[in-house]
Design a binder for this molecule. Sequence first.
Ligand SMILES: [Cu+2]
Length: 109
Amino acid sequence: MKYLKKIVLVMVAAGSVLVSRIGDAQTTQQADLVKTETKYAEGEVKRVDSSLGKITIKHGAIKNLDMPPMTMVFTVKEKSMLKEVSPGDQIRFLVISDNGKMIITELLK
Ligand SMILES: [Cu+2]
């Protein structure tokens, strides 16, 4: 009887490890999903200033910056990123906040 109790305890312990592992996997999966969803912001190019490395974008919500849709000016990390874009283009972009300055690190048409 004592032996049986021990087996049950071991099984319960093993079961809880399994459950916690499944929980971890789900959390990781959800984190990945959030990452993908917040990765790119979308918008339409309104103005390009190649010499200053600035671009005006009418953008949708930018989740990682908690920003609602609006039209605003961004600075690009590299001026060369503006070579391929012109007003009217639909773009996807990655933006980071560097001490309140919005910097586009990636720009895709
Ligand atoms: Cu904005």
